[in-house]
Design a protein around this ligand. Structure first.
Ligand code: ATP
Ligand code: MG
Length: 150
């Protein structure tokens, strides 16, 4: 586990950019998608983290939370990966609902990077090599404690 302190949202984005670059260098699994599972309280910075991560992958589109859509995807122009999936399961009623949106196929395609907000809600269907990231409010309004488990 790696614990990082963030002083503001720009720093959280920078941390995410770095993680995205690490992922591109490491080229994890060649047999399934790279999955980054984000969890932590309302407003802890999950979407902010995804915005930084997307920037780190060279995406310039504005990333808004897919809360009502559950899943949004963006085309990537990097080696190895073709698409970034941004999933937000906050309003999900059941794992079945997610599966009806093609989630199984999404996480099994090695050309996908999948970031999931509120991922602890669907923990049981995520593979063991998922990168788990916990975001927590810190001692003042802008501080966050970020813990990376990989
Ligand atoms: N250090 C920080 N890291 C991330 N966000 C921060 C930080 N400091 C302040 N913020 C602010 O906190 C808010 C975080 O909102 P964000 O939507 O990223 O959280 P979230 O975890 O996705 O929330 P939700 O649970 O609603 O999905 C933003 O308004 C952001 O500007
Ligand atoms: Mg969010």
């Amino acid at each position: 586990m790696k614990k990082i302190l963030s002083q503001n949202s720009a720093q959280t984005k920078k941390i995410a950019v770095r993680l995205a670059h690490n992922l591109l260098k490491s080229g994890r699994s060649k047999s399934k998608a790279a999955i980054i599972a984000l969890y932590g309280d309302l407003g802890a910075g999950k979407t902010t983290f995804v915005q930084g991560f997307a920037k780190g992958l060279g995406l310039s589109s504005r990333i808004v939370s897919p809360t009502f859509l559950i899943i949004r995807n963006y085309k990537l122009k990097v080696k190895r990966y073709k698409r970034l999936y941004h999933v937000d399961v906050y309003r999900l009623h059941s794992v079945k609902e997610l599966e009806s949106l093609g989630f199984k196929k999404i996480i099994s395609d090695p050309q996908n990077i999948v970031l999931i907000e509120w991922a602890d809600k669907i923990k049981k269907i995520l593979p063991p090599d998922t990168i788990w990231i916990h975001l927590e409010h810190g001692q003042n309004e802008k501080r966050r404690v970020i813990r990376i488990y990989n």
